[in-house]
Design a protein around this ligand. Structure first.
Ligand code: IPM
Ligand code: MN
Length: 372
């Protein structure tokens, strides 16, 4: 039995996770495994009632699971950033989920806003670094003078910035981004290994022409890592240019490896070219630990409880989960069942259908069980 933790979270999160569980259970029935689910009550409601985001005990508890299936967090009653940093990023950092894997793939029958592009043209994977860059959460605002110590604690290393800053500006805000040699190396190595299993083509994203220290190191590590993979064709692109190429020539890409913040931005663009946020799954992976699977969209609070949310991104993230735990056949069957639901038109409103969230999920689950 696979022990899997489920975190519905906020907004539409619980509804889509419910559909995802349905489909993964169906895959278990069909392919002969069982999932033991444990629900965790983590999210805005509990935070508003008790002030708790994620406790040490919960983190300890979660580490005993094979994987975490995560819905979405974010709530208009809570100041922006509190839940994002206190829950989602806290989990990514605590479990050192240094790979954020985001397939950008246009499924058959899905409409893309890119004129003339077909599923054969849009099929690549973004490997987003997930623990460093401007996401490390150290920065501050001050007037005139500030003495402070800022820390970053990771499994791989720790960093301490002792700062003494003086300024005569009216007010200053700064945010420190960091890349480490080992942090860049491990995620780029993952991307090279993935490229070896695909078309052996890897694109690295940066902005080394301007932010030359932080992304200069990224680029240098990439060049070094590439030497170990002589069969992989490599290239560099600047982040601004890659947004253009995603739209103009998505067929050019196979695997794309990117620092954290640029990865955040370009995968929303990726989601749109694959048909919308309702269709974009993601995996937060630590190859040696507990990994976490989630749709890349947010909690869409205005659709909460209406039964209109598209469950496909979450169900697809469930397929990534199955792949991760070694149930490859089941993982492929889930994607086929998603494609069948699209072919049969049993889809939610955002895709031009009339199905409710639960009808779409049930239909996919049924197709998985029937094997067609
Ligand atoms: C994402 C989200 C998160 C991110 C937020 C909610 C912290 O936008 O998963 O892409 O920026 O990584
Ligand atoms: Mn994002």
């Amino acid at each position: 039995m696979y022990k899997i933790a489920a975190v519905g979270g906020d907004g539409i999160g619980p509804e889509i996770i419910c559909e995802g569980k349905k489909v993964l259970d169906a895959a278990g029935e069909k392919f002969g495994f069982e999932i033991g689910w444990t629900d965790f009550d983590i999210g805005a409601d509990r935070y508003l009632a008790t002030g708790t985001l994620v406790t040490e005990d919960e983190l300890k508890d979660l580490s005993k699971f094979r994987a975490i299936y995560f819905g979405a967090i974010g709530d208009e009653r809570v100041k922006p950033g509190v839940l994002e940093k206190g829950i989602l990023l806290a989990l990514r950092f605590h479990f050192d989920l240094y790979v954020n894997l985001r397939p950008i793939r246009l499924l058959a029958g899905v409409e893309t806003p890119l004129a003339g592009k077909t599923p054969a043209d849009i099929d690549f994977v973004v490997v987003r670094e997930n623990t460093e860059d401007f996401y490390v959460g150290i920065g501050s605002r001050f007037r005139k003078r500030q003495k402070t110590v800022l820390n970053v604690e990771r499994e791989l290393y720790s960093v301490k910035f002792g700062l003494d800053i003086e300024s005569d500006a009216e007010e200053i805000a700064y945010q420190i981004g960091l890349i480490t040699r080992e942090g860049a190396r491990r995620v780029q190595t993952y991307a090279f290994d993935l490229a070896m299993k695909r078309k052996k083509k890897l694109t690295s994203v940066d902005k080394a022409n301007v932010l030359s220290d932080i992304y200069g190191l990224w680029r240098e590590v990439f060049t070094e890592t590439a030497k170990k993979y002589p069969r992989v064709t490599t290239e560099f692109t600047f982040v601004d240019a890659i947004t253009m190429w995603f739209v103009k020539n998505p067929e050019w890409f196979d695997v794309v490896v990117t620092p954290n913040m640029f990865g955040d931005i370009i995968t929303d663009l990726g989601a749109m070219i694959q048909g919308g946020m309702g269709l974009a799954p993601g995996a937060n992976i630590n190859p040696k630990g507990t990994s976490m699977f989630e749709p890349i969209h947010g909690s869409a609070p205005k659709y909460k409880g209406l039964g209109v949310a598209n469950p496909i991104a979450t169900i697809w993230a469930g397929s990534l989960l199955l792949d991760h735990i070694g149930e490859h056949e089941a993982a492929a069957a889930v994607v086929s069942a998603i494609e069948k639901s699209i072919r049969d038109g049993v889809v939610t409103k955002d895709m031009g259908g009339t199905a409710s969230t639960s009808r779409a999920g049930t239909y996919i689950a049924k197709s998985v069980r029937k094997g067609k």
